[in-house]
Design a protein around this ligand. Structure first.
Ligand code: SAM
Length: 298
């Protein structure tokens, strides 16, 4: 590889280096793959610092692009594996990462890969694994839900995502951004907004603002529910129409003829029927879901 891309100062995350690499490889961005590459080393350092890595730990990166974040991860983690869907980026990544034997590049769609098997293969012997990524915005939620629902052995998930989605994932009950996505993410993790990020730190610049969030995976959910799938269905149903009361949303779910029974049920779990779903805590949703399940209405 050319000497300018080796050694100290060889990070690809500057506007000039990113443009030079792209030009040299004749690479054309694909908007449909959410390709917005980071060109700011301070942001990269902030992302990696939030992941609390050390040389005994591993980092799984989703969507390495031309390797800006991969290079920063390689400095902190003992093992880095990066999954990239776009075959055209593999030769660039191989060149950029050529002197990093502890970095493995995998060509594939993260939504289709068996991540449990990949983790077992790639991170054997490491003492903790985190996902660290500047995610493609078109699939942020499916990727994060896959990581959480499959209960992969992860410590932290530190990701750059769209600011509006970050606000929803980290929102508290009572705030406008709080919804079924907040409940789902906070059921599995402790969610924190690390920082917001201007669109000027990407090439090409996205149309929306961005933010970095840190999700610390909980060993156990903060609330116990009898049936997780049912719990999430009740949460979805409660938020179905935000301007409606909880009672009215639940009527559509349980059946219009169950008005009196639902009022009694809400009374029994100490939730006022006129409240809106956005004011309910996870503990209240858990109580509500279990009480509806116990009715055997479905
Ligand atoms: N990590 C790089 C950076 O920060 O500069 C690039 C981030 S860019 C926002 C998202 C990357 O994810 C792109 O390289 C894109 O090709 C890749 N990507 C998109 N969909 C993917 C998928 N389903 N599986 C794996 N990678 C994907």
């Amino acid at each position: 590889m050319p000497s300018e891309a080796k050694g100290e100062g060889a990070e690809v995350a500057t506007p000039a280096r990113t443009r030079a690499i792209i030009a040299r490889h004749g690479f054309a961005f694909k908007k449909s793959l959410g390709q917005n590459f980071l060109i700011d080393r301070n942001i990269l350092r902030t992302i990696v610092a939030a992941a609390e890595l050390d040389k005994a730990k591993g980092a799984l990166e989703i969507g390495p692009g031309i390797g800006a974040l991969t290079q920063e991860l390689a400095k902190s983690a003992g093992k880095v594996t990066a999954v990239e869907i776009d075959q055209r980026l593999l030769p660039i990544l191989e060149e950029v990462m050529s002197e990093e034997p502890h970095v493995t590049l995998v060509h594939g769609d993260v939504l289709k890969l068996d991540l449990r098997a990949l983790i077992a293969r790639e991170f054997e012997g490491t003492s903790g694994l985190s996902v660290v990524a500047n995610l493609p915005y078109y699939v942020t939620t499916p990727i994060l839900m896959k990581l959480l629902e499959e209960r992969l052995p992860l410590q932290h998930i530190v990701v750059m995502i769209q600011k509006e989605v970050a606000q929803r994932m980290t929102a508290s009950p009572g705030s406008k951004a709080y919804g079924s996505l907040s409940v789902a993410v906070q059921y599995y993790t402790e969610a924190r907004l690390v920082c917001t990020v201007p669109h000027t730190v990407f090439i090409p610049q996205p149309n929306v603002d961005s933010a970095v969030i840190k999700l610390t995976v909980r060993p156990e959910p903060p609330v116990a529910v009898t049936d997780e799938g049912f719990f999430f269905r009740v949460v979805q149903a409660s938020f179905a129409q935000r301007r409606k009361t909880l009672l009215n949303n639940l009527l559509s779910f349980a059946g219009k003829d169950r008005r009196e029974a639902l009022i009694q049920l809400l009374d029994a779990v100490a939730i006022e029927p006129s409240r809106r779903a956005e004011t309910l805590s996870l503990a209240e949703f858990a109580r509500l879901a279990d009480a509806i399940l116990a009715q055997g209405w479905e």
